[in-house]
Structures are given as structure tokens and as C-alpha cells.
Design a protein around this ligand. Sequence first.
Ligand SMILES: NC(=O)c1ccc[n+]([C@@H]2O[C@H](COP(=O)([O-])OP(=O)(O)OC[C@H]3O[C@@H](n4cnc5c(N)ncnc54)[C@H](OP(=O)(O)O)[C@@H]3O)[C@@H](O)[C@H]2O)c1
Length: 284
Amino acid sequence: MDLQLIGVHVLLTGASGSIGLVTARLFLTGETLLIFPIWLKECGANVTAHYNNTVVTLEPLHREFGHTRIQTAQANLSREDDVLRIFHTLKDDPFGPVQVLIANHGWHPKPEVPIAEMSLTQWESTFASNITSVFLVVREYLKQLAYATDEQKDKAFIVILGSTVGKYGEIGHADYSATKSAMMYGSTMSLKNEIVKIAPRGRVNFIAPVLTPAAEHSPQRSEAFHRALATIPLKRVATLEDIASQVVFVASTAVSGHVSGQVIMVDGGMEGRLLNQPEDITRR
Ligand SMILES: NC(=O)c1ccc[n+]([C@@H]2O[C@H](COP(=O)([O-])OP(=O)(O)OC[C@H]3O[C@@H](n4cnc5c(N)ncnc54)[C@H](OP(=O)(O)O)[C@@H]3O)[C@@H](O)[C@H]2O)c1
């Protein structure tokens, strides 16, 4: 099956992070898609790989694919001037206008802080990193899309990376969870109706993964990891490849051209989080 992504310009935010790096490689080659090898040669998009502080993780991809297939773009996406700068630079880009936007960047504050103890500074900073930044990137993407050709617009697609916490919440992370919920429902459902005014075949979807195995090894995350795993029938969390492959499949107009406004849970059938042990239920 042909994903028809060859030569499509993909802007991948947060490409320097863990999910971003695997997704970037998959868009470039299909190489990590080992379970569906027939699709390997049908990727081949051109990728603008965004980073904020960590360009070093992108260097191997740059060396491997060179400037004709991948370019990097630095920005703190919470800052309007940075986002405007990126899109201004991309205006006359050899890759052409951005057709596919993967809004993957995100910030998960490490310490668990109950709402009763959360500072306004933390709340606002999490919203700036996770939701204001997505608003700014999406807005500029849509503006530049208006000037694309009809053929380029036919591949128009936005995916926003969220999390299962947008559906279930997470103790100690109400700020992060709230940003993901807002984009999962309000933003995605509005955007799917707005994009078609600019690109009649444009689509918007939201991907909500359950935490990746890397989170298991973080001491702060291990308890949350087990609480989450207790309600997953498949008894494992998502791998980076589980997430990246969904991003690429849904970005392909050829295979997902009638899929829009969907929240795609990459969660192994998760039902939420274990809250109480049997002894907790009898105790009041
Ligand atoms: N990993 C998980 O367990 C998990 C589970 C569910 C959902 N998710 C979601 O999946 C997405 C990717 O997660 P990940 O695990 O790959 O995260 P990660 O490894 O921590 O990487 C985060 C990426 O976002 C960028 N970033 C963060 N804040 C930014 C800002 N204000 N402006 C610009 N860039 C910013 C970082 O840039 P620099 O590093 O270059 O500064 C980095 O590229 C996120 O939206 C996250 O919420 C992750």
C-alpha cells in the first residue's frame, strides 16, 4: 500500500524528544515500521524537525539524510515571536509549504503537585508550553496553508499529540492533564471544521498515548506506571513505535483520508487508573 507521503512537507514539533525522534525517522524512511515492511518504501516525506534546547539528538538524522530531506528549526513555541520567525523562514522553503503539521512538543512537569499546592506560575507555565504553543503553531500553519496550491492542500493534515491523562486525569498533574483535555476535545473538534474552509480535504486528529516504557524507569513515574498498567488489558504501555506508526498512518491521506476529528487512543484498551486497593475501600 502506498502511503503517498513521498515529498510531502512535514513539520514535526518536539522532534528532538523521544517520540519525536522515532516519528521523524519513520516519516523519512518507514524504517522503524518493522511489522509492516511492505510500507517501508512508501514513506519518504521531507521533514522540518523542530527543537527548542536539544539540537544534538537530531544530528544523527541530519548526517544520515542530509539537507535535502531534513532540516531543523529552533523555537520556544510558547513565544509568539519565535513561532512567527519559524514560519517566516519556511515561507520560501525548498520543501514547499508545510502540508502536515505534527504538534508533538509537550512539557510534563516532573514533581507531583496537588492543585491545592500548585502555584499560579506552574499552572500558567504548563499552559504556555502545552496549549498556547499549539495554538500559535496551528494558527501560523493554517495561515500559510491558505497560499498553498490545491494539490498541496490535498495533503493538509494536523495531528496533536496528547495523552491518556486528557481523558482520565492524573493525580498531581492536573495542569498537564487539563492542557491535553482541552486540545483533545475543544481544539480538535473545532479545528476539523475550520481547516476545510482553507483546504477542503484537510483533516485534524488527536493521538492520545499511554506513557511509554521509558517512563517506567523514572523513579517519580514508577508508581503512576503501575497504577496505569493495572487497567490495561494488553498489560503493557505504548512503545515509541506504537505511537509513531499511528501518527504516520493517520497523516497519510491515502490510507486515512476520511478520518478526521478523531481521538485515537494508543493505550492498549486502558480503562483508567487504579485508585484504591481493597483495604482502601473499607477504610473511610
Ligand atoms: N513519553 C510519554 O510517556 C508520553 C505519554 C503520553 C503523551 N506524551 C506526549 O507526547 C509528546 C512527546 O512526548 P515525549 O515523551 O517525546 O517528550 P520529550 O522526550 O520530553 O520531548 C519533548 C519535546 O517537546 C519540546 N518542547 C517542550 N516544551 C517546548 C516549548 N515550550 N517550545 C518548544 N518545544 C518544546 C522539547 O524540546 P527540547 O528538548 O529541544 O527543548 C522536546 O523536543 C508530548 O506532547 C507528550 O505530552 C508522552
